[in-house]
Design a protein around this ligand. Structure first.
Ligand SMILES: Cc1ncc(COP(=O)(O)O)c(C=O)c1O
Length: 326
């Protein structure tokens, strides 16, 4: 028997699937936006195969876990996510032949819930709010219960997994370094802090003078505020994410949800970019920050567009929904 064919047949679905994924996750493009006083670029992370920046940690966490022998063909992957990370994990675990149980909450967009229910045999939806008024703590408690009862369960733990940081260090940031000869500012919306931790560390090595601006939403607890009800997923958190301590941050900008809505609309109508809430939040921060940058500097500025606008059609892009925000 020809050895190449034999190798292919004997190689497990897990490792061939991971190999396939590595080839599918191609570098994402960036585009320049017209903006006074700076060269402004947006990196379009929605071009990733499942549609968001979370494809990168989803792939990398599975790859690293497989390399360490922590997951095998009998593993059930479990994760708390109400959006992009669950969608990425659902697709990738399906491809590599693993079971996946997403733990979601009522804030999930209808699009994501339908998607997860189409491809995951089991979806667990928590209904009880935690002491912050959100659902994160309830979801994490449910994940722990499932891990304790399901044989060969593996919790990808997006809030504390150092492989998520490594994913952005190795993939997202490496692409940025290859694309830009110089970079003065990068604006990154934060939730689990995996992106900002990995990207900031790599960019600070490559561009020693770069300023990393963390962007958060009002009502988030990440940078010390009291958590309160928020409505736009993907940015902010009701806890301080453990990965935040690995990030190298120069400044923080807090954006209200109303500003996010306005910025998303401006990106669509003025710049032709149909992007999600965290992209608008980052763009709003760039605009606010621009006033502080001396005109003579004319910096090169980058912000990340983490996902597309489609899942936000009934929220951020719905004027009736938006009019109810304080
Ligand atoms: C749309 C979107 N933007 C930004 C982020 C923030 O990334 P991180 O969790 O790495 O801080 C997320 C995380 O889920 C997201 O879904």
């Amino acid at each position: 028997m020809p050895s190449a064919l034999f190798d292919q047949i004997s190689t497990s679905r897990l490792s061939t699937g991971l190999e396939l994924l590595r080839n599918t996750l191609r570098p994402t493009p960036h585009v320049q936006l017209a903006m006074k006083g700076m060269d402004l670029f947006a990196k379009l992370e929605y071009v990733n195969p499942v549609g968001s920046i979370k494809d990168r940690p989803a792939y990398w966490i599975l790859k690293r876990a497989a390399e360490r022998g922590e997951i095998c063909e009998d593993t059930t992957v479990i994760e708390s996510s109400s959006g992009n990370f669950a969608a990425a994990l659902a697709s990738f675990t399906h491809l590599v032949g693993l079971r996946f149980i997403p733990v979601i909450d009522p804030n999930i967009s209808g699009t994501y819930e339908s998607f997860l229910r189409r491809i995951c045999p089991t979806v667990v939806k928590v209904e009880d709010r935690d002491d912050t008024g959100g659902f994160l703590k309830t979801r994490l408690q449910k994940v722990k219960e499932l891990c304790a009862t399901i044989p060969n369960a593996y919790w990808t733990n997006q809030y504390g997994n150092p492989d998520a940081v490594e994913a952005h260090y190795e993939l997202t940031a490496t692409e940025i370094c290859a694309d830009f000869d110089s970079l003065d500012y990068v604006f990154i919306a934060v939730s689990t802090a995996g992106t900002i931790a990995g990207v900031s560390r790599r960019l600070k090595e490559h561009y020693p003078n770069i300023r990393v601006i963390a962007v958060d939403t009002e009502g988030s607890a990440i940078f010390g505020g009291t958590p309160r009800k928020r409505h736009i997923p993907g940015v902010g958190s009701s806890i301080v994410p453990p990965l935040l301590s690995q990030a190298e941050i120069d400044d923080v900008v807090l954006i209200s949800e109303c500003e996010t809505v306005e910025a998303c609309r401006e990106l669509l109508t003025t710049h032709g970019l149909f992007v999600g809430g965290s992209s608008g939040t980052a763009f709003a921060a760039v605009k606010r920050y621009a006033a502080r940058i001396p005109a003579y500097k004319y910096p090169t500025v980058l912000f990340l567009c983490a996902d597309r606008g489609t899942p936000y059609l009934d929220t951020v892009f719905d004027p009736t929904w938006a009019s109810r925000l304080e």
